[in-house]
Design a protein around this ligand. Sequence first.
Ligand code: NDP
Length: 293
Amino acid sequence: MNTSSAKDQCSPAKRWWSKETVAVVTGANKGIGFATVKKLAELGLTVILTARDPEKGQKAVESLRAQGIDVWFKRLDVADISSITDFASWLHQVFGGLDILVNNAAVSFNELNTNTVEHAETVIKTNFYGPKLLIEALMPLFRRSPSTSRILSLSSRLGLLNKLTNPAIRKLLLEEETLKEEKIDQIVKQFLIQVKDGTWQEHGWPKVWTDYSVSKLALNAYSRVLARRLEGNGVSVNCFCPGFTRTDMTGGWGQRSADEAAAAAAALALLPSEELPTGKFFKWCIPMLYSKL
Ligand code: NDP
């Protein structure tokens, strides 16, 4: 893809937000999350930088302060339900609610050309259940007006349906009208069982970074189901794949910088409500219907 023309499609929206607009970014001590916090704060929102390690989080906040950018910090480990609960109650007490959630935190234990599933449980817990449990905990806190509240989850093309060859699971995921969260949970559990019994390679799961790809596949499917559940309720739910980006996750390899990815993420999170879709998978800045991918 030509990044410079794609970049143009991701230009910041006309300003509808203010300093009262509250955005939360997970896993924001480094990489795309950190750059997204910086971008949203520069654009004038109130931003809460969260990180699982308070020391790393504080350091990140201080480095922004040194550049004249002020953001809040709160610890949040998305793989720990008690941390999610603490965060939700802190957010309620301090801000009363939120407008934008950027689910960015994720892990992968693979080098670029390897494919181990040794840490599959942690990967699924962090990348799929993390955002899911956080969204559910924050659900009553979305302000839902005057402009739509937004959930934007960093996802990946590695988790697209076209990477999955298992016909039964493909069928389940393609039946959008009947797809339910419980079915997605069952699919994920089935994968973890096959990892444990050593048969996962026989079942048509994505072939690259398999556990990570399954976590994003589940996140994409959950986001579609959630978008349908929240239709007309003032909260949009979309996924965004930034493409191959130079961060620690890719060992520093990639086609674009974290700042470029973050500029696109911020532009999507800030789309004016009349242009904001729901239930879409943004391949860079192009909204696609997940089931067609
Ligand atoms: P990084 O590895 O640079 O950053 C990941 C961040 O997530 C770190 O801050 C990490 O914290 C945090 N994190 C991990 N586990 C948890 C947890 N349990 N609770 C809270 N935070 C956690 O990755 P990127 O910046 O590249 O990735 C950001 C997002 O973009 C991810 O969702 C990724 O899947 C997605 N993405 C990235 C692509 C790329 O090419 N880079 C491509 C497509 C999607 P810590 O420092 O403590 O480990």
